[in-house]
Design a protein around this ligand. Structure first.
Ligand code: BEZ
Length: 248
C-alpha cells in the first residue's frame, strides 16, 4: 500500500512537478478552459494551470495530497481515476506521473473518456516500459534473499508506446503523438529517500524492524549503477508522453 505524505513528497519528490513544463506545453491550456488535473498531487502543477487562466478541477486519490493542494488555493477533491464521476464536463485532461500507478488502465481510460467533452484532449506523461528497471531488479534480488517474490509486489504499470497507443484507440481516443524516452532523473537526496517515498509496497513486505537493512542493501547494490562520480543519485526513469483526443 502506497501512502503519500505531503512533507516527504515536498522534500524528496518536488522534481515530479518541476519536470512538468513539457507536459503543460503539450497541453497548451487556454484561458477559460475547464481543465481536469487528474492526480494533482500537492497541487504544484495545478497552480500553473490556474495561472494560465484555466478553471481547474483538481482530483487525487490521496486525501493527504488533496489537503496539501487545497492549501495552495485550488479546489481539489478525492477520487480514484476509474471512479471519476464526471460526464462530458471537461475540455482537456492533464495527467502527470499518475497512469503508472493505475493497475486497471482500461477502467481509467473509460472514466476519462466519459469525463471529457467530445474532442476533449488528454495529455499525459508517466513511467513507460523499462522505467526504474535497475531498481526493480535490485528489489528482486534483495527480497529473494528473504523468500519474497518482488514481482507480485510491483505496484507499477509501465507499458510500451505500441501497447498504450492500442489501448487509447480501443477506448475511443485518437492519438496525436506518443513517445517513449529514457529520462535519467537526478534525485534531490539519497536513493533511500526515493525508495521510502515511491516504493512503499516493496518495503511493506518486510517487518518494520528489517526495513533499514533492506534499504541499505538496495543502496549498496545500486550505488555502482545509479550514483554519479560526484556522489549524486539519479533514478533510471523512462517516460511515456502522449497527446490524444476523445474521438466522439
Ligand atoms: C513517478 O512518479 O514518475 C514514478 C514513480 C515510481 C516509479 C517510477 C516513476
Amino acid at each position: 500500500m502506497q501512502v503519500w505524505d505531503p512533507d516527504r513528497y515536498a522534500a524528496h519528490a518536488r522534481f515530479v512537478s518541476d519536470l512538468g513544463a513539457p507536459v503543460i506545453e503539450l497541453l497548451e491550456p487556454q484561458p477559460g478552459e475547464r481543465v481536469l488535473d487528474l492526480g494533482c498531487g500537492d497541487g504544484a502543477l495545478t497552480e500553473k494551470l490556474v495561472d494560465a487562466g484555466c478553471r481547474v478541477v483538481a482530483v487525487d486519490s490521496s486525501p493527504e495530497q488533496v489537503r496539501a493542494a487545497r492549501g495552495r488555493g485550488p479546489a481539489a477533491r478525492v477520487a480514484d481515476a476509474p471512479a471519476l464521476g464526471f460526464d462530458g464536463e471537461v475540455d482537456p485532461d492533464l495527467m502527470k506521473a499518475v497512469l503508472h500507478w493505475i493497475r486497471d488502465p482500461d477502467a481509467a481510460l473509460a472514466a476519462i473518456h466519459r469525463a471529457l467533452a467530445p474532442g476533449g484532449r488528454l495529455v499525459a506523461e508517466f513511467g513507460g516500459h523499462g522505467c526504474v528497471a535497475s531498481i526493480r531488479a535490485a528489489f528482486g534480488e534483495v527480497l529473494a534473499g528473504r523468500d519474497i517474490d518482488a514481482e507480485i509486489l510491483n505496484p507499477w504499470y509501465f507499458p510500451t508506446a505500441e501497447e498504450y497507443r492500442a489501448r487509447l484507440d480501443a477506448n475511443g481516443f485518437d492519438v496525436d503523438s506518443i513517445r517513449l524516452f529514457p529520462r535519467p532523473t537526478p534525485l534531490p537526496s539519497d536513493l533511500t529517500d526515493w525508495l521510502e517515498t515511491f516504493a512503499q509496497p516493496y518495503l511493506a513486505a518486510v517487518p518494520k524492524r528489517d526495513r533499514r537493512a533492506i534499504l541499505n542493501q538496495m543502496r549498496e547494490r545500486l550505488e555502482p549503477v545509479l550514483r554519479t562520480p560526484d556522489g549524486d543519485w539519479f533514478a533510471d526513469y523512462v517516460r511515456l508522453r502522449f497527446a490524444a483526443a476523445r474521438r466522439d
